[in-house]
Design a protein. Structure first.
Length: 501
């Protein structure tokens, strides 16, 4: 069963944007800025993966243009990404580019299979504190990635970066007709060219392609041995790519206040990866930093901007590679620094927020951030954050289970004739494990009632615990009755009791 793909609102409608010259211009300019920001990023990811920069650039062109049609989140940009580069780097080093392409094909097929199985719907179980940690870790990674462009560089880089930051911050106060990052890029590129300043530029990051991508079939033996080599990397690529893409889609949902189809996005990522691999691509997923440029700075909302980001990237590399290569890195660093600062959730670390927020949720956020920074992999940080949130939730809920004792006296019998244990709270594996020690098996009268009116039985562990309690009482010759259950809890007890060993 798949999630229902929301009908496109007027904000994300391609048809509505095409009818509005102003909106179409906004989408086009956002796509242009995003394409410029993609070039140095994907080249650096090519270095991480151990492939030619052209491979990463072709991947980004094909994926962005493909996902614009098949993806579920309008305005989100997919391309060769750092997380996926880390996954495939060992495969490239050991077996070469052909095995990489085979792995990306398989990863795309797995993502389509995961989409069909409804895996994308699990994103709704990711807690808010993990999302905040994800966003904050993303901002820190974007910021730290720019530092290498600020050390051991000519001194002229620093005033250029400051000038770029000033334009990005203050130009929107004068006009929003053209994205401020594009203005900063054009102005700084013109200044560097006019005065022939010797500063690092995009061309210094790697060679840009000079022709169109070509169809490529991997030269690998189609055997079981090949499958065993590529399958682990394909699975890692599929899972990491899906997780980052779905979390980015959720983040864009929140920023734009528009819904998206997560199952369609998962399916689209698979199709886009297969399409990229057909042209020798290295695989990828949603590009979080570039998506933020497209959505936050460029104010894009439709698939048009995503398609044009890929199209402009291809056109810039193939037709005007010299111009694209002349863009100073200082301009792109300024853009990314602003994105990092505006992406970070500063309220999450404000003293007032930390004072009000439960410590467990703050811990979850910190674990997510720390895990991400330690591994430089957002997917690892998110998984660690979710696991921490699960443990914290289990501990918190387990403590809500309470047991109160009520006795029924009989003067003629000379004391307590029946003892009732009234259990309140949610009973599952964490809380029910402690339940078995809450009864006085030796000191209780011959009749014991376990009242579960204010409790819920959630799992087989609880049923097994209740069975164990009754066996302990039976061994002492004490009769026990369980009362107060109804609905699913009663059905679960009747179906499983006495059958769990």
């Amino acid at each position: 069963m798949h999630d229902t793909v929301p009908a496109p609102s007027d904000v994300t409608s391609v048809r509505a944007a095409l009818r509005s010259p102003r909106r179409l211009t906004t989408e086009a300019l956002a796509g242009l800025v995003t394409s410029l920001a993609l070039i140095p990023e994907v080249i650096s990811f090519a270095v991480i993966a151990g492939v030619d920069p052209k491979v990463a650039l072709y991947t980004s062109c094909i994926m962005a243009m493909t996902i614009a049609f098949v993806g579920g989140r309008p305005a989100m940009v997919s391309a060769a990404a750092g997380a996926t580069a880390l996954v495939v780097a060992p495969l490239v080093a050991a077996h070469g580019i052909d095995y990489l392409i085979a792995a990306v094909w398989l990863a795309g097929a797995l993502q389509i299979a995961f989409a069909a199985a409804g895996i994308a719907r699990l994103v709704r179980f990711i807690p808010r504190s993990v999302m905040i940690g994800f966003v904050n870790a993303l901002a820190i990674l974007i910021f730290s990635a720019q530092l290498r462009h600020l050390f051991d560089v000519p001194w002229l880089v620093y005033p250029l970066v400051v000038a770029g930051l000033a334009m990005i911050v203050f130009v929107p106060r004068l006009t929003t007709a053209v994205p401020a990052p594009l203005i900063a890029i054009v102005v700084l590129t013109s200044v560097v060219a006019l005065f022939r300043l010797d500063v690092p530029d995009v061309a210094d990051q790697g060679e840009l392609p000079s022709g169109l991508p070509t169809w490529m079939i991997p030269d690998v033996p189609w055997t079981w041995e090949t499958l065993t080599i590529v399958a682990p990397f394909a699975l890692g690529l599929a899972l990491v790519g899906l997780l980052e893409s779905l979390l980015t889609a959720k983040l864009v949902d929140d920023i734009t206040d528009t819904p998206s189809g997560k199952t369609r996005e998962a399916w689209g990522q698979g199709v886009a990866n297969i399409a990229g691999a057909l042209f020798g691509g290295m695989g990828g997923c949603a590009m979080i930093g570039q998506t933020m440029i497209n959505v936050k700075e460029g104010r894009a909302r439709t698939r048009i901007s995503t398609f044009l980001a890929g199209f402009f990237l291809l056109a810039l590399c193939v037709t005007v590679g010299d111009v694209a290569g002349a863009v100073p890195m200082a301009a792109l660093v300024a853009v990314m620094l602003v994105i990092a600062v505006t992406t970070f959730d500063w309220r999450s670390i404000a003293p007032r927020t930390l004072k009000l927020m439960p410590r467990s949720e703050t811990l979850v956020m910190l674990v997510t951030v720390a895990g991400t920074l330690a591994t430089e992999n957002l997917a690892v940080g998110v998984v660690l954050g979710v696991l921490t949130a699960m443990v914290a939730f289990a501990r918190r809920v387990a403590r809500t289970a309470r047991v109160d004792v009520h006795d029924r006296d009989d003067r003629e019998a000379g004391g307590v004739v029946e003892r009732t244990y009234r259990v309140t709270g949610e009973l599952f594996w964490a809380s029910s494990n402690d339940l078995i020690r809450r009864f006085d098996y030796d000191g209780d009268p011959d009749s014991v009632v376990i009242d579960l009116t204010d409790a819920e039985v959630w799992d087989a562990s609880t049923v097994a615990t209740l069975d164990a309690v009754r066996r302990k009482y039976a061994a002492k010759g004490t009769s026990t009755r369980i009362v107060g259950l109804d609905g699913a809890s009663l059905h679960r007890l009747e179906r499983l009791s006495g059958k769990l060993g």
